[in-house]
Design a protein around this ligand. Sequence first.
Ligand code: NAP
Length: 420
Amino acid sequence: MPITHLKFPESGTKISSQNNQLVVPDNPILGYVEGDGIGPDIMRASLRVWDAAVKKAYNGKRKIHWAELFMGEKAAEKYEGNIFPDETRQALQELMVSIKGPLTTPIGGGFRSLNVTLRQMLDLYACVRPVRYYSGVPSPLRHPERVDVVIFRENTEDVYAGIEYESGSPEMRKVEKFLKEEMGATFFEDSGIGVKPISPFGSKRLVRKAIKYAIDNQRKSVTLVHKGNIMKYTEGAFRNWGYEVAREDFGDSTITEDELYSKYDGKQPEGKVVIKDRIADIMFQLMLLRPSEFDVIATTNLNGDYLSDAIAAEVGGIGIAPGANMSDHVAVFEATHGTAPKYANLDKVNPGSLLFSGVNMLEYIGWKEAADLITAAYPEVIRQKIVTYDFARQMENATEVSTSGFADALIRQIDGVGEG
Ligand code: NAP
């Protein structure tokens, strides 16, 4: 008999999809995975804030019915050491929208990384990271309010595909022989060898998702970030396939940056998203110097990894950066930082990353009013200098509060919104 610990709340209804659109009932069942380390602290606090915002926005007409799903250490306790039970995977697929805290991969658990396994098993091919500034948050920039981008990072290929051969191993020798003798490649002896596959299928579905997001959310541009000047057939091809998908699938609603100047005199026509591209290294500089020129960003896996954290740092760091991993039909929202084990169960850390992932989740299911309440309340609480330790150490005269204390302050603010 398989072990089962999963119970969907009977009072809720599952989200479904029709013609590629989510159908969200007023009583949806959403999944949550508490996570390891600081996960339980930030999840407990965030659940209270999301529920308070939904209650305030819809006065009981809408309510989330939460289903706890198990992964990581909590799963291991319940499922005889299994850190990613089948029923959790099935539930994430069936419920379609879930949120998770950070996870440790226990040593000897049989997984290279639990997060990577999750992405691969559910084919969550797009890592989506919205990065924007909330007033009052400590930032190293002079004008952090100019940063407002949504990064779509390809999640399944590139050097992350795991095709690597260790220096000196028989496999590496075989690949070396083939490359040197048959392909005429030259490189130093005993090199470790990694392979970087980038496909039209993987690139196009990622860019398609980014462009669709830009159109649906009235964004101005999609920038394809690549290193195609050096890696022509991988990074350069990503760029070319990106333009191709824009032309083929969204010809009526997109124009290229070249067309913007050659046909439209630099004035963006109403209802058209501009597709442009930038080389990755320059993009880091531009995001510091001229961030307002960028909106939606679509990029390959490794570029996206670096770029997401660098841009997040411009507006307050990974402690508050939200994220999600998505396939065509399944979305798993998540805190982007790790489990910070030294702070586990101290009720100390910043819940911001998970909290804002939940705000994005509310937007994703179309509950914008509830999302907006949190987005409006947050800067007010920061303005009062009520913050967790990480912000307190960067601000003068701050009142340092616990994770749950921060949630309390936010809920008080949400409950006060609109009451004059
Ligand atoms: P980490 O857990 O992100 O923590 C690194 C540092 O970032 C912390 O010591 C803390 O800085 C700061 N930090 C992280 N979360 C914070 C929060 N909510 N509020 C305030 N500060 C926060 O990175 P790590 O120590 O490298 O990784 C620990 C474990 O997490 C590893 O097992 C790793 O595999 C796992 N991990 C999981 C995920 C995921 O599940 N998505 C992602 C990354 C890592 P200070 O010490 O300066 O206060």
